[in-house]
Design a protein around this ligand. Structure first.
Ligand SMILES: Nc1ncnc2c1ncn2[C@@H]1O[C@H](COP(=O)(O)OP(=O)(O)O)[C@@H](O)[C@H]1O
Ligand SMILES: [Mg+2]
Length: 295
């Protein structure tokens, strides 16, 4: 066992899996509790037990695409799973939905109803759907409405203000908090309702820098990759190279690490080193323009 000290105990067993299973293991999503994510999760946890007040506080998790927003919302939802009361009725503290691509009020309420597993006719009037949403959320004792892709609100054009008013109305009536996640456009969308905006606290996922936090993330991720040999991802040799290849989002770093780990398994090398990184099929962020010019 001591040979595999570079691995998490839960990953050592995966070394014995057949190659395709080991590859799939690398490709699966993992959760690493990096500092900022942990802070945001505890900020969100506080909302779950927040007393019902006239103006419920909301949070907007904001960051670039691929920087871990949806993962945080998912993690948050799993921390507060659906339970049952002694009488058998459901308690769903957090309801997670996605803002429709081109939202209007009717589509939004449908999304929430589907999120509650309530079948209905999509063509039903918005007011009717809203009533069902209200009674179902009340029944399921929902405390938080989590809305991912909040930036899609900008696609509603002028109706964005009406949608925000509808969400605010729901929050007021049920005394629930809204946890939204989105890109910078989500902030622009909030501008159409300054009163609603003032209820939101931003929780920012900054661009990653090549700092101690990044090194810790790499070191933690290495412990989860089922490779027989240590790679030293957080070393002076590899960390700047990984950072340089993946730019500043978490998602790009993770994608590269997954691909490199698969190469390390398939080639029999069993570790990620600089040479392997040079050979991994990888399009750097921003390199798509160069690809487009070539075709
Ligand atoms: N805490 C984390 N630990 C490990 N991997 C993560 C973590 N957060 C995000 N990722 C990886 O980054 C990718 C992009 O994250 P995602 O949450 O989808 O970003 P966003 O919603 O901001 O676009 C995910 O597919 C996941 O593999
Ligand atoms: Mg997302």
């Amino acid at each position: 066992m001591s040979r595999f000290q570079h691995l998490d105990a839960s990953v050592v067993e995966a070394l014995d899996l057949p190659k395709p299973a080991r590859v799939a293991f690398c490709q699966a999503d993992r959760w690493i509790g990096y500092t900022r994510a942990t802070q945001i999760l505890s900020q969100l946890d506080q909302l779950v037990g927040y007393p019902k007040t006239l103006r419920m506080p909301n949070v907007l998790v904001v960051g670039r695409s691929g920087n871990g927003k949806s993962s945080i919302l998912e993690r948050f939802t799993h921390r507060h799973p659906v339970q049952e009361t002694a009488a058998g009725s459901p308690i769903a503290p957090v309801l997670l939905v996605e803002m429709p691509e081109t939202p209007d009020e009717s589509k939004l309420w449908s999304t929430v109803l589907w999120g509650l597993s309530i079948s209905h006719r999509e063509k039903d009037p918005a007011a009717l759907k809203k009533r069902s949403v209200k009674s179902a959320m009340h029944y399921a004792q929902v405390r938080i409405l989590a809305i991912d892709e909040f930036n899609n609100l900008v696609n509603a054009g002028r109706a964005a203000g009406d949608l925000l008013a509808a969400i605010k109305g729901l929050s007021n009536e049920l005394k629930i908090s809204v946890v939204a996640a989105g890109t910078q456009s989500a902030i622009n969308a909030l501008n159409s309702d300054p009163q609603m905006k003032s209820r939101f606290e931003p929780a920012v996922l900054d661009r990653w820098k090549l700092d101690g936090e990044y090194l810790r993330f790499l070191a933690s991720y290495e412990r989860l990759l089922p490779l027989a040999e240590p790679s030293g991802l957080a070393t002076r040799e590899l960390a700047p190279k990984l950072y340089g290849m993946t730019g500043d989002t978490l998602g790009a770093t993770v994608k590269l690490l997954k691909q490199a780990a698969v190469s390390a398994i398939e080639s029999g090398k069993e570790r990620i080193d600089a040479k392997l990184l040079d050979q991994v099929p990888w399009v750097r962020p921003g390199e798509w323009d160069e690809v487009a010019r070539r075709v």
